[in-house]
Design a protein around this ligand. Structure first.
Ligand code: FAD
Ligand code: UDP
Length: 372
């Protein structure tokens, strides 16, 4: 008879997906070893404490969901505050509320009633009524919202984000641009929203509490040794890397973060300010203390610069279109035939998943996989 290995599961990646799976496995009496190549757990939701301010090291993370089961689940491990995301866009020295709502329309055109705003938007759209089949993102945006909103609030931000002119981006990226005819700056429509009090590490530390965790450990460097100690592998890294890029490289967009501590109590008065002007090289400035209503005498800000992906950089966003979608499907077929390895999370599934989707999908995999 084969000797039982030390762990039921080796979990590659201590991000939200791996952490939720580890917790569920533990509750079912399974033993887990979690490894991460970074020197901290939490994946992209990791926060660093800078004299009481929880700095979102990999970009602003706001938890929002309509999924009550997921909301109840995360609330078992941490209490969430009442933070509501209300980003402000800055263009040419002027500020505009997001998402597009009555405040934005007033700032753009001085309209004061929903009726006036609707007339103005129709007037703006009318100039592009001749576009029946938008050939690219620019045509799609002009047809949906007209020139003022497109030029001031969409064009620059989108071109910086994707590193290409809107005329070379596919129209489907913005099939819909929601307009809200109320004075409501809440970016999300979800029923539940907030930031974990004490930062996201409180959540991921609680999830990982009962697992063995090895940080600064790259799976591929120690593959033979790690595979030998566990019955099964849950892999949450890049799927193309897992297979040695044998079918080709998937594309990603990367980001570069420039962090600065300032000896001032309040730099921009809001957690998130988007810079929608093409001439400003970064897309957003995050002032972290406002996520938790901080009152410290100092502040920490992060400028977020979109970046081309290259080996050695972090793969933040999958580029889910054209060739990449087909290539991912081919990798997925390989993954289905991999013995004793299960793939999950945003990198292994090559998908843009919000945190609530990530939690839901880890819970689902655990439900299917773990025999209690
Ligand atoms: P990750 O957090 O990426 O974790 C994967 C882990 O695997 C990483 O720690 C990595 O180091 C490790 N790993 C990879 N390969 C190896 C290897 N070979 N060996 C060892 N370890 C390895 N969602 C929201 O709901 N709200 C938001 O406001 C929001 N903002 C976001 C902003 C940005 C800039 C980004 C990029 C994402 C945002 N998200 C947001 C999405 C959110 O980050 C994800 O849903 C979630 O973090 C995904 O968790 P994960 O475990 O799948 O992946
Ligand atoms: N977007 C924009 N102007 C903004 C914010 C967003 O045009 O001020 C567009 C842009 O194309 C971006 C998309 O909306 O890629 C999604 O942005 P969001 O901030 O909602 O999502 P995330 O950056 O988290 O993917």
């Amino acid at each position: 008879m084969k000797a039982k290995k030390a762990y039921d599961y080796l979990i590659v990646g201590a991000g939200l997906f791996g952490s939720v799976f580890a917790r569920e496995a533990h509750e079912a009496g399974k033993r887990c070893l979690v490894v991460d190549r970074r020197d901290h757990a939490g994946g992209n939701v990791y926060c660093e404490n800078v004299d009481g301010i929880h700095v979102h090291k990999y970009g602003a993370h706001i938890f929002h969901t309509d999924n009550k089961a997921v909301w109840d689940y995360v609330n078992r491990f941490v209490t969430f505050n009442r933070y509501t995301n209300s980003p402000v866009a800055r263009y040419g020295g002027r500020l505009y509320n997001l998402p597009f709502n009555m405040n934005t329309f007033y700032q753009l055109w001085g309209t004061t009633t929903p009726e006036e705003a609707k007339v103005k938007i129709e007037e703006q759209r009318a100039a592009y009524a001749h576009i029946t089949e938008p050939a690219n993102l620019e045509e799609q945006a002009l047809k949906l919202c007209g020139r003022d909103i497109y030029e001031r609030l969409i064009k620059g931000y989108t071109e910086k984000q994707w590193g290409r002119p809107c005329t070379e981006l596919p129209a489907f990226i913005i099939r819909r641009l929601p307009f809200r005819f109320t004075f409501d700056n809440n970016y999300f429509n979800d029923a539940y929203q907030g930031i974990p009090i004490g930062g996201y590490n409180v959540l991921t530390d609680a999830l990982l509490q009962s697992a063995d965790v090895r940080l600064g450990t790259d799976y591929f460097t120690h593959k033979a040794e790690l595979d030998a100690v566990a019955e099964k592998v849950i892999f949450t890294g890049c799927i193309d890397e897992f297979f040695g890029y044998r079918l080709g490289h998937l594309e990603y967009r990367s980001l570069r973060f420039e962090e600065e501590r300032l000896e001032t109590a309040n730099f921009q008065g809001n957690a998130v300010v988007n810079y929608t002007d093409r001439k400003v090289p970064y897309t957003r400035v995050i002032e972290h203390k406002h996520f938790e209503f901080g009152t410290q005498p100092h502040t920490v800000i992060t400028r977020e610069y979109p970046d081309n992906f290259a080996p050695g950089k972090e793969p933040y966003y999958p580029v889910n279109h054209g060739r990449n979608t087909l290539l991912y499907e081919d990798y997925r077929r390989l993954a289905q035939n991999s013995c004793n390895v299960l793939f999950g999370g945003r990198l292994a599934q090559y998908t843009y998943a919000d945190m609530d989707d990530t939690v839901a999908s880890a819970l689902e995999l655990a439900r299917q996989e773990i025999t209690r």
